[in-house]
Design a protein around this ligand. Sequence first.
Ligand code: PLP
Length: 283
Amino acid sequence: RQIFLNGSYINESEAKISVMDRGFLFGDAIYEVTAVLDGHLIDNDLHLARFARSLSELGISLPMALENVREMQIELIRRNQMRDGTVYLQVSRGVAERNFHPAGDLVPTFVAFTQPAKLSGTPAQREGIAVALMHDPRWERRDIKTVMLLGQVLAKMSAKSGGFNDVWLHQDGFITEGASSTAFIVTHDGRIVTRGNSQVTLPGCTRRAVLTLAERRGLIFDERPFTIAEAEGAAEAFLTSASSFVTPVVRIGETVIGQGEPGPVTRHLQEIYLEAARACEQV
Ligand code: PLP
């Protein structure tokens, strides 16, 4: 596969990054993931805006203009002839002698690659998934999409060994988000509920797109925290992310949600999201 590294397209096997890279040594790096459906980037304006924001929050300069990042993403998709999958971007602060204090003149390391995957019509989307519940182990700036993902990795490993597909994290009795997704519930009177954006969660691009589409179709939603008990008693639950679109959640911990199968509001949101994605509708 061809990857992008610091301005060049090269074979993955030829790519070299220094062991002194701060992304490797400190997790001093951010990333971004955009879905590709039928060869088209989905919600990419939102992803590029968040990419720029994550960099700015860490004081790392944009390695190239966003328009050039978009052209590079398209070129990678073309070179790898990818129809469906994801494009991953990562920027670290750069390479330096290992020292907590970064020198001021570092050149960011910019890597991008494609990963083919079937993103729509998956068994998880058709049948729904079971999520484990775990205390949120992460730091206090979850709004920045950094590569410090150990909390999520351990939570997902533990969920999998317990027989769950994924995990929802909680703090102070409230659901924060999924380990790599935004958490939603639907109340018994049909309201869609998801947490408002803050430093407690990553502001999901798919979340934004789904809420915008829901609003356009007159669906009612509330952006507010919800408790574990409220989630367990909800009529429906689902999660969103760039790589899983809208995925029904039919069990939370040991509690079956609703009838134990994807509910009508979730189904409707899956349809309108996929329709907009296929039309490359930028929300
Ligand atoms: N929350 C976390 C912690 C994530 O890692 C992700 C995506 O990977 C999301 C939410 C969903 O964000 P998006 O819809 O932009 O993929």
